[in-house]
Design a protein around this ligand. Structure first.
Ligand code: ADQ
Length: 465
């Protein structure tokens, strides 16, 4: 079996399935795939040094090795906070108004991709396959090819692919996408993102596309582009549900609700997650029903992220203001309708909170997939399941069609969906949940990694011209 090399911006080794579970599904999937095949997980250490040296820190993990490099502060500013999080992230989430196009960001991104290729290249052996994760490394495959690497190299994009009309606003977009064609396989979360990519390749590069095989050909280069929807680690997550921590968390939240229906949102504090719009929808619901404070409690768990980036400071301030105003207007002396919590919880605690909540509110404006929607479904009591209210604009909506699907920009529609969820008869809740759960169980993250790697190892590409 070929050895696997995973590349991601940060390396985060899972401590083992079913453990305390502080890591996300991705860390678990990568650790499992590496454990099975042996290999190396390569990325940024998260540390900064005055001058980049490219020196690798190698450590043994469970059946594989981690290899990390330190970056210098300018790299972190320009590549990570800059091009990745201030240019590509907003643009790829349709927020062209927030995308910043600074030459230094682009140069920093190119430079760090070059650094990564230089450090990674000596580690690659003849039979290895290289699996690159996400938008931080769109040109990395090309850099490795330029250094003579002929191994199979794949890319999985965790975020959406934007419509062509938006992407063309990015300076040098042609070069960026042409570089991606050096990957043998490119994976997307959903058919919608895949189709946007194929449309762009046809329109801007005159690519020949074979829809059946997903082959995209430009000149003498070709790549396979396909949808591989990511899932959660179902078995690991269900095991967390059996823990005392999960049970106590469920009781703690459920017991504190004073008989109100609990709705929950769990999101990184990011403008793509539609958090202010969610409060606007609740405003409609509460203004339309006098007694709502006695009926509904909304718990929003939103740990801050990317705090060095201004748009993230702004979304945080907006949300604080909105929840403050909302609670000022709708609280009673002994009841507060929104609990807004700015911190992370361990995944067993999250399981308990999801289970205590009879409504899961997952209403991003755009999201590559959204694993919270899947975790919410997995955590429900089969005999008395809650209802998932899900944005049509999350990749997850392609699979979770038995949720109440909503347009997150339409506050009235979201408010009506919450009302419907509050009053949905048990038989309908069960019928919907059973179908949702079957999807979450059967398309999990371990199968996702296996499918991607099977595609990557199949049909070796013709040698580069
Ligand atoms: P994210 O944008 O981070 O991921 P998501 O898929 O929802 O979004 O994953 C978030 C993860 O963080 C979930 O596992 C959730 O449980 C966890 N989390 C969130 N808030 C937490 C809290 N307060 N405490 C502890 N854990 C918390 C990106 C893309 C997504 C895509 C994933 C995976 O933006 O669209 O689904 O990658 O590909």
């Amino acid at each position: 079996m070929s050895r696997l090399i995973v590349v991601s911006n940060r390396v985060s080794v899972a401590k083992g399935r079913g453990a305390a579970g502080a890591q996300g599904g991705l860390a678990v999937a990568m650790s499992a795939a590496l454990h099975k095949r042996g290999g190396i997980w390569f990325g940024w250490s998260g540390n900064e040094v005055e001058h980049f040296t490219g020196q690798l820190t190698m450590e043994r993990a469970d059946g594989f090795t981690t290899a990390t490099v330190d970056l210098e502060p300018q790299d972190v500013d320009e590549y990570y906070n800059g091009y990745a999080n201030r240019t590509l992230w907003p643009l790829f989430h349709y927020r062209i108004d927030l995308a910043e196009y600074e030459n230094e960001f682009g140069r920093g991104y190119e430079r760090v991709n070059e650094h990564f290729a230089n450090s990674l290249h000596p580690l690659i052996e003849e039979e290895d396959v290289v699996w690159v994760q996400d938008y931080h490394f769109l040109p990395l495959g090309e850099r490795l090819r330029a250094q003579g690497v002929r191994n199979r190299i794949g890319l999985f994009l965790h975020i959406p692919w934007p419509p062509t009309r938006l992407l063309v606003s990015l300076p040098h977009h042609e070069r960026l996408v042409a570089a991606m064609l050096h990957y043998d396989v490119i994976g997307f979360q959903s058919v919608e993102w895949l189709e946007s990519f194929l449309h762009y390749c046809r329109k801007e590069h005159g690519a020949e596309v074979d829809e059946d095989s997903g082959t995209v050909r430009i000149g003498n280069r070709s790549t396979i582009a396909r949808a591989f929807p990511i899932g959660i680690d179902h078995d690991e997550f269900m095991a967390l549900g059996e823990t005392e921590i999960a049970k106590r968390s469920q009781q703690r939240l459920g017991g504190s609700a004073r008989k109100r229906t609990i709705a929950i949102g769990v999101d990184r504090l990011d403008y793509s997650k539609g958090l202010p719009e969610r409060i606007d929808a609740l405003e409609r619901l509460f203004s339309g029903h006098d007694d709502m404070v006695n009926q509904l409690l909304f718990v929003q768990i939103a740990p801050p992220s990317r705090e060095d980036v201004r748009s993230y400071q702004q979304i945080r301030a907006t949300l604080e203001q909105k929840t403050g105003q909302f609670n000022g207007a709708h609280s009673d002396v002994d009841l507060v309708p929104i609990r807004y919590v700015n911190r992370g919880f361990c995944r067993a605690e999250l399981f308990g909170f999801y289970r205590a909540a009879k409504i899961g509110l997952v209403t991003p404006l755009r999201d590559g997939m959204n694993l919270v929607a899947k975790e919410y479904v997995a955590a429900q009591d089969p005999e008395d399941p809650g209802v998932l209210v899900l944005s049509r604009f999350a990749g997850a909506a392609e699979q979770l069609t038995d949720a109440l699907l909503v347009n997150p920009h339409d506050g009235g529609e979201v408010a009506r969906a919450i009302w419907t969820a509050m009053h949905m008869p048990l038989a309908e809740r069960k019928a919907r949940w059973e179908k949702l759960y079957a999807v979450v169980r059967d398309a999990d993250v371990i199968g996702w990694a296996d499918d991607f790697l099977a595609a990557l190892m199949q049909d070796p590409a013709l040698p580069e011209a």
